[in-house]
Design a protein around this ligand. Structure first.
Ligand code: AMP
Ligand code: GLY
Length: 428
């Protein structure tokens, strides 16, 4: 097969992991990343184009003669990058603006679930506080209140009391999340452990692409504010084969079929955030992209070539591609974050020894880094580095990752010391 020119869109740890894996493919001739980061630069050419500038990204894809565009973040999908690439005939791994509503609009997704009878929490969508209040009257505490649109992971309030729930509704409808909060979704609270399941889709077919569990809270013991994710591990022992099979049958397959039937064929990653309730897996949310940092652990475990699968998904040919194969080992990813993350991350902190040789099983991905005028590596975002490792067991992977992390320094930085705790504790 002829070598491919690939454009990767994004600049975080997820994209560094994708770049690292794509660059290992014998099919990859040239890899260009926009805008990328200093870690990605080690395996790709960087072009300084914003992920939300769809026209400039299309122009870049044409200029380099891209055979495939791989989209990391949902923000690029939300501005219609995949639609614009389709207009010029460039295969894109990533969904159309309409299909990406499975992530970008919680109301769209809940209504979709209802139309297709998918297992998820009971809900209502409201534009005024009075009708929201009437629905809250029908529920028991705790209450789940969500801004409809994208709110950078912050648009969800789990309210312990009715007073807090009412305040959250007023706050969101009052414009705290801008237009994302013009409508609020109120949900029944689901009890259980959460896990994430990944499917790659080509509009008609879905291919199982692993699972992971992450830690969303900033501090040890799952305390502190919600973040984009402080660490993750794969595979998650809690998500058994039987549960994966059930979620596949009850959620993933009907979603791909339902989206196609409604004229919104779904292409790209379908990332299902699941609640493993006593009555089976239920959908918490869909995302239209790989999880960050879940993707990092999937890339470490993936033993087969990523490129043919992404290309087949982009071209509607997944049914004829060989399914992915995975290493037996467990993978872990620990996030090194900047002081003040997530509320007010301090940028500019000096990073030292991130490019040391950590041996075969540990890999460091860059998430929010930049090089200053002197070439020194500095923090440029809330999540700065992802220290990842493989091990025969999750215990071993964790020990390798934390040993590597112990030799890296970030001025003012912090990380959780308990990534993987749910999977590492004895199960009864
Ligand atoms: P979301 O952005 O929809 O994934 O929500 C963020 C987090 O809030 C989830 O990861 C869950 O921990 C929690 N959550 C959201 N919806 C529910 C629900 N209906 N029941 C219980 N927890 C929920
Ligand atoms: N780590 C959670 C997410 O990517 O949404």
């Amino acid at each position: 097969m002829e070598k491919l020119t690939i454009l990767l869109v994004g600049s975080g740890g997820r994209e560094h992991a994708l770049a690292w894996k794509i660059a290992q493919s014998p099919l990859c001739g040239r890899l260009v990343a926009a805008p990328g980061n200093p870690g990605i630069e080690e395996v790709a050419e960087l072009r300084n184009v914003k992920v939300t500038d769809a026209d400039a990204l299309v122009a870049l894809a044409r200029e380099i003669g891209a055979d495939l565009v791989v989209v990391g973040p949902e923000s690029a999908l939300e501005v219609g990058l995949a639609d614009k690439l389709a207009e010029v005939g460039i295969p894109c791994f990533g969904g159309s603006q309409r299909a990406a509503q499975l992530e970008t609009s919680k109301a769209f997704t809940k209504d979709f679930c209802q139309r297709h009878g998918l297992p998820t929490a009971a809900y209502g969508v409201f534009e005024d506080a009075a009708s929201a209040g009437a629905f809250l009257d029908s529920l028991d505490a705790p209450f789940v209140i969500k801004a409809d649109g994208l709110a950078a992971g912050k648009g969800v309030v789990i309210a312990a009391t009715r007073a807090e729930a009412d305040a959250a509704v007023v706050d969101m409808l009052g414009g705290r999340f801008g237009s994302a909060g013009a409508r609020v979704v109120i949900e029944e609270f689901m009890h259980g452990e959460e896990a994430s399941l990944f499917a790659l889709c080509d509009g008609k077919t879905a291919l199982l692409f692993g699972a992971a569990q992450d830690h969303k809270r900033a501090y040890d013991g799952d305390e502190g504010p919600n973040t984009g994710g402080m660490g993750t591990y794969s595979p998650p022992p809690v998500l058994t084969e039987a549960l994966i099979e059930q979620a596949w049958r009850e959620l993933i397959v009907p979603t791909v079929e339902g989206m196609a039937a409604e004229g919104n064929p779904y292409v790209g990653v379908l990332y299902a955030g699941l609640m493993l309730t006593p009555t089976g897996p239920k959908l918490v949310e869909y995302n239209a992209r790989f999880g960050d940092p879940e993707c990092q652990t999937l890339m470490l475990r993936l033993s087969s070539d990523l490129v043919p699968i992404l290309l087949a998904a982009a071209k509607g040919e997944l049914a004829s591609v060989a399914p992915p194969t995975w290493r037996e080992e467990a993978a872990i990813c620990v996030v090194l974050a900047a002081e003040g993350y997530p509320d007010a991350p301090k940028t500019g902190g000096l990073i030292q020894d991130a490019d040391a040789d950590f041996g075969g099983e540990a890999v460091v991905f860059h998430a929010g880094t930049t090089r200053d005028a002197e070439g020194l590596l500095r923090a440029s975002g809330g999540r700065v580095l992802n220290v990842c490792a493989l091990g025969a067991t999750l215990h071993e992977a964790r020990d390798v990752a934390y040993a590597a992390l112990g030799t890296i320094s970030l001025e003012g930085g912090f990380y959780r010391t308990d990534i993987g705790w749910r999977a590492l504790q004895p199960r009864g």
